[in-house]
Design a protein around this ligand. Structure first.
Ligand code: SF4
Length: 319
């Protein structure tokens, strides 16, 4: 299947430890809602030379090769397949079109708006989630999103990855943390739900520096936060760096990572929703770490550990 579907996690056990994405959905929708991931065929300014060449060092180059994934399918076709997959089991379910792959605000404004509106006009689609880079949000597009936000559910997710410029530079992100702050503040000022994505465990970051990301983002007007462990992917610059300089990397064992996530959550603003703690790259592309855990198994483990530690999100949050 060309589309990716990520099941919005249902409660496995009572979670009194951190704010889940489901809380936001319940506030808006009286029915089950599922994200359908869309690859709208965009590229990325960090690879086409407008920001940088080569891309972020952890990003899989293969995905940018011409013809990768075969012929680009339309937004409607991807929604049709995604919805067919879920509606069979849950006929009452509605959907959020999640523009997830690459930089989903990087094209002409007319083309972008056309694709977003195509998704929104698809039957049973009740909102949009747009993933992008902090340096790819022109004012004109943000004005469109501000209007859109009045008529539909909308989240704009920014890939921050780190709050340290030294790390952003090292991983060739092509933007600074100040640009991330600016994009988040401008987006939230329009009343739009704003999300941040961070990678925990990037090269040369110490545990204290990783946890300091929680303090730094906690002061920003965010609604959602997504975390994931550093994954080494075949064919990336980082995979080569790992072969040549393994001492630059500190890849976590799963229990170590769980404790790191809980430490992070303790310092995080208790109003933020923690949408996820891990990500899973396709097994055939993953070098390490390979924990062999499904999302729900990880969630069960982290909830158990929160309980053992008798702690919760925001417990160490300093305003
Ligand atoms: S991670 Fe995102 S911003 Fe970086 S090269 Fe890949 S698509 Fe571009």
């Amino acid at each position: 299947m060309l589309y990716l579907c990520r099941q919005i996690e249902t409660k496995l056990m009572k979670n009194k430890f951190y704010k889940e994405f489901g809380e936001l959905l319940t506030k808006h929708f009286p029915y089950k809602v599922q994200k359908i991931s869309i690859n709208a065929g965009f590229t990325c300014p960090n690879r086409d030379g407008s920001k940088a060449v080569g891309g972020c060092t952890y990003c899989n180059n293969q995905s940018f090769s011409p013809g990768y994934g075969g012929k680009q399918r339309t937004v409607s076709d991807q929604l049709k397949d995604g919805i067919a997959f879920f509606s069979y089991k849950y006929p009452e379910m509605k959907y959020l079109a999640y523009f997830q792959s690459y930089t989903n605000t990087y094209d002409s404004i007319d083309k972008l708006i056309g694709l977003y509106e195509e998704a929104l006009s698809y039957p049973d689609v009740v909102g949009l989630i747009i993933g992008t880079r902090p340096d790819c949000m022109p004012d004109e597009l943000l004005d469109y999103f501000a209007e859109l936000n009045k008529r539909t559910f909308l989240i704009i997710e920014y890939g921050l990855e780190s709050t340290l410029d030294s790390t952003l530079n090292f991983i060739n992100r092509g933007h600074t943390h100040a640009e991330s702050v600016d994009a988040i503040e401008k987006t939230a000022a329009k009343g739009i739900y704003t999300g941040a994505h961070l990678i925990l465990g990037l090269p040369h970051e110490t545990k204290d520096q990783i946890l300091a990301h929680a303090d730094e983002i906690s002061r920003l007007p965010l609604t959602t936060v997504k975390l994931h462990q550093l994954q080494l992917i075949k064919g990336t610059v980082m995979a080569r760096q790992y072969r040549e300089h393994p001492d630059w990397f500190d890849l976590f064992e799963v229990d170590e990572y769980i404790d790191l996530c809980i430490d992070f959550a303790e310092r995080l603003n208790p109003d933020f929703i923690i949408e996820r703690f891990i990500s899973q790259s396709p097994k055939q592309l993953l070098i390490a770490p390979d924990w062999g855990l499904k999302n729900f198994e990880f969630t069960a483990k982290i909830l158990k550990r929160f309980e053992e530690r008798n702690t919760s999100q925001g417990k160490m949050y300093k305003q």
